[in-house]
Design a protein around this ligand. Structure first.
Ligand SMILES: [Zn+2]
Length: 289
């Protein structure tokens, strides 16, 4: 089995990106895994602190490990947006492959100092673990927002990215390049799309030369995603689009069988709905295969 680090290096060399999908239950995990299996591409499963609280830190680690081993498949587990060292350590001890240590709400200097301490503590637990740091502002919550946050002041500059990467020793950087968490109503309806600052991505990549993650990928213009990958993005996070698909699928399963109570007859509708979104995103991230 290849390590996540090797797969990341390969995607950097081949101009593709690894899809990162947040999950909170078995429906989402089944859908994401099935789409990756069909396309034969590596995949990252992410759980935020809230998602971990629901599914359990050790249960999700055991589930992903069992899929990896049973199918000899490159599926990896990421502790998404972890805001404290205690929760990062908990995930590292449970066997997570990667951790997003996110104290980006702090001033940059404090963010850098705390992230450097987290990198040291986490590598002491597992030297192979990948630690991602985040700078800039990309909004909060993978939900449907009524208004767009003002992202303009929180965009990452190549110089601060370089200094931050050098001072922290992180493996992966999550910059703010026009991306945003969550979706607007108009994006859910397909009327508007997020646009990315492609030249900023290229400048940051040139300055740091480590893998870059695009958070808040839901609702982004497809062509911008392709250009972002070409400019140096290596991991793309999709959450809200899956949540919307999960709800739509669940509603369809309930509506089509108003008297059904058997979960495994209702939930496959949600699996199918999520799977079609995950498959389309994975296909795009891996060169439209
Ligand atoms: Zn995120």
């Amino acid at each position: 089995m290849q390590a996540l680090r090797d797969i990341l290096e390969k995607t950097q060399a081949t101009g593709m990106a690894i899809g990162h999908f947040n999950i909170a239950d078995l429906v989402l995990l089944k859908a994401v895994f099935a789409s990756a299996q069909e396309l034969k591409v590596p995949v990252l499963v992410g759980v935020s602190e809230g998602e971990r609280d629901f599914i359990g830190v050790r249960p999700i680690a055991a589930l992903v490990r069992s899929l990896k081993e049973e199918f000899d498949f490159p599926i990896f587990l990421n502790a998404d947006h972890t805001h404290s060292l205690a929760r990062a350590v908990e995930a590292a001890r449970a066997g997570f492959d990667a951790i997003v240590f996110d104290v980006s709400a702090q001033p940059l200097e404090q963010n850098a100092r705390q992230t450097r301490e987290a990198v040291e503590a986490l590598k002491a637990i597992n030297p192979a673990i990948l630690v991602e740091g985040e700078i800039g502002y990309i909004g909060t919550g993978s939900e449907i927002h009524e208004e767009a946050p003002d992202l303009s002041k929180g965009l990452t500059t190549p110089l601060e990215a370089k200094e931050y990467v050098e001072s922290t020793g992180i493996d992966i950087l999550a910059p703010a390049v026009g991306n945003m968490h969550g979706m607007l109503e108009s994006m859910v309806r397909g009327e508007t799309r997020k646009r990315l600052d492609i030249s900023r991505i290229a400048q940051i990549k040139n300055a740091v030369r480590i893998p870059l993650t695009l958070h808040g990928g839901s609702g982004t213009d497809d062509e911008d995603l392709r250009k972002a990958i070409a400019a140096g993005i290596n991991i793309i996070h999709i959450n809200t689009e899956l949540r919307v698909a999960w709800r739509r699928g669940l509603e369809e399963g309930l509506a089509q069988q108003p008297h059904e109570v058997v979960p495994y007859k209702i939930l496959p509708f949600a699996v199918q709905s999520v799977k079609s979104v995950a498959r389309s995103r994975l296909s795009l991230f891996n060169g439209d295969r």
